[in-house]
Design a protein. Structure first.
Length: 155
């Protein structure tokens, strides 16, 4: 056999080696991240649920998903261990860089010009929802080009 016929197989084996190596690195990084979990740490599960770690077992972790609500998860179900500031920002809406001068209204009523527009629902113009007669519809269609009936393009 020649080198030319073996070359595709060598490239394929090399690619498989690189893929398994990167996958192993990702698995090791995830295991190290899970080992860094401590009670009180905020986490996100692989399903997207945010919770606080209460207890850590060998293969499981007890999470507090809401005040007083606990659930047991496999350690492999933890997708990310979050820093306190990130967890509080996501879960509680805390913002470290919040402007205390900024006031956000609860509704859009402050954005409208209520003082200038004093119309009520009764004053609003009524829409004509009645069906027009067939003759009126054909008359309007006949004048689409701006010419009355009988006019031609004679020059």
């Amino acid at each position: 056999m020649s080198i030319v016929t073996l070359l595709p197989f060598i490239v394929l084996i090399g690619a498989m080696f690189l893929m398994t190596r990167s996958a192993k690195k990702k698995q090791q990084a995830a295991a190290q991240m899970r080992d860094e979990m401590q009670p009180g740490t905020g986490v996100r599960t692989i399903g997207g649920m945010y919770a606080t770690v209460k207890e850590i077992g060998d293969e499981t972790v007890l999470l507090e998903v809401a005040p007083g609500v606990h659930a047991v998860y496999a350690k492999n179900a933890i997708g990310a261990v979050l820093e306190d500031s990130e967890y509080n920002r996501i879960v509680h809406g805390d913002d470290e860089e919040s402007d205390t001068d900024t006031v956000v209204p609860d509704d859009a009523s402050s954005l409208t010009e209520a003082a200038e527009d004093t119309r009520t629902v009764e004053d609003a113009p009524k829409a004509d929802l009645t069906k027009k007669s067939d003759a009126a519809e054909t008359g309007a269609e006949g004048q689409k080009d701006g010419k009355a009936d009988g006019e031609t393009d004679a020059k």
